[in-house]
Design a protein around this ligand. Structure first.
Ligand code: 13P
Ligand code: SF4
Length: 352
């Protein structure tokens, strides 16, 4: 995706204009092209690699990342790269994943505000308490968790391999953290009966739940995807009867049920490219729709743009330039936590 490092400023502007005309205003393209040109030169000088999540805003997405993708694809790229530093245009848990896999390299996250409501929903203490309550049950943690939570986990997963990973585990009871809705969607796909725990349950003396439960979930939610409703889907279907609805698996189970397709961000992008439907409704971060239109101008993408990820939106071209200039914000994962978290990540990478 990156514009070549040897492209002149004029060439950078021309490439970005060709890609983004009509998606963002010309003056903004010109301003951002200059930032992208500076970043690409500095990236080359420093021998850096830039990884960009699918939610990055279009001018950044189409100008500076050497690789773009979903969480799993970017974790793979982080595991394979020889470049140093690694600049992660995504959120903190993604940059931490890159650091866990590359302890000797510098990993930079352009904004220290780029968190995630799911990663913030659970602590390592919560996981330890759950392990005491359900001894022997393997712990699967969504990659949207911080390193200390991964360190308490047996496996990591992403939205693109969660069901496959759960199917590969031979255990009567699995603890699946921290996204309540992803867990419910995975339970439905893998035929497991789920019971959701929250922080208040860990305080209680005795916990009662049905005998036939085979998956324990946690009450964490993505603040973006939890906002989509079945009514959103029905009202769009009324206006556009032939619309194809794509919902990220972090959406509520009833929303996923009402949709036509539910997979990771990269699989959603791929699906839109391959489908001949006349319209698509994307129930995910709004920027991704712009990125798809920029590459597929013939596609009619409908989005609910009032719902944005405040964390992904922290990552800007300005901050990325500053990150490379000042070597900030450097991600650090303490060694004992890193080695344990790495095992869970490596299990994920080997299952996929
Ligand atoms: P993907 O792994 O599907 O890209 O999802 C990451 C994420 O944070 C979605 O909100
Ligand atoms: Fe986290 Fe949701 Fe933002 Fe993804 S969209 S980074 S899950 S808050």
């Amino acid at each position: 995706m990156a514009i070549p490092a040897d492209a002149s400023l004029d060439k950078t502007r021309e490439i970005l204009r060709a890609r983004l005309k009509g998606i963002i205003p010309d003056f903004e393209i010109d301003y951002k092209a200059e930032l992208a040109w500076k970043i690409n030169r500095l990236k080359h000088e420093r021998g850096a690699v830039i990884l960009g999540h699918n939610y990055m805003e279009p001018a950044l997405f189409y100008s500076i990342p050497d690789y773009v993708g979903d969480s799993l694809e970017l974790a793979r790229k982080a595991a394979e790269t020889n470049c140093d530093p690694i600049v992660f245009c995504g959120v903190r848990f993604m940059a931490e994943t890159a650091k866990i896999l590359n302890p000797d390299k510098t990993v930079l996250l352009p904004s220290k505000e780029a968190g995630c409501s799911l990663a913030a929903a659970i602590t390592a203490d919560d996981v330890r308490r759950l392990k005491e309550l359900f001894p022997g049950a393997p712990v699967v943690s969504y990659v949207n968790t911080y390193a200390d939570v991964k360190a308490e986990s047996d496996y990591c997963c992403t939205s693109s391999n969660a069901a496959r990973l759960v199917k590969s585990i031979d255990a009567d009871l699995i603890i699946f953290l921290p996204d309540e809705y992803l867990a419910k969607n995975v339970a439905a796909e893998t035929g497991r009966k789920i019971w959701i725990f929250g922080p208040e349950d860990l305080e209680s003396e005795s916990i009662v739940y049905p005998d036939d439960v085979s998956m324990i979930g946690w009450a964490g939610r993505c603040e973006v995807h939890e906002q989509f409703t079945v009514e959103d889907v029905t009202s769009v279907r009324k206006q556009f009867p032939k619309v194809e609805v794509l919902a990220h698996p972090e959406c509520r189970p009833e929303v996923v049920e009402a949709a036509d397709f539910s997979q990771s961000t990269s699989r959603m992008i791929q699906h839109v490219k391959e489908s001949t439907a006349p319209h698509f409704l994307l129930l995910t971060e709004c920027s991704m729709g712009d990125n798809i239109i920029a590459e597929n101008p013939d596609k009619d993408i409908l989005r609910l743009c009032s719902v944005r990820c405040p964390h992904m939106n922290q990552i800007t071209l300005e901050d990325t330039l500053e990150a490379l200039e000042k070597n900030q914000v450097e991600i650090d994962v303490p060694e004992p936590i890193r080695t344990r978290a790495k095992q869970a990540l490596e299990r994920m990478l080997s299952v996929s």
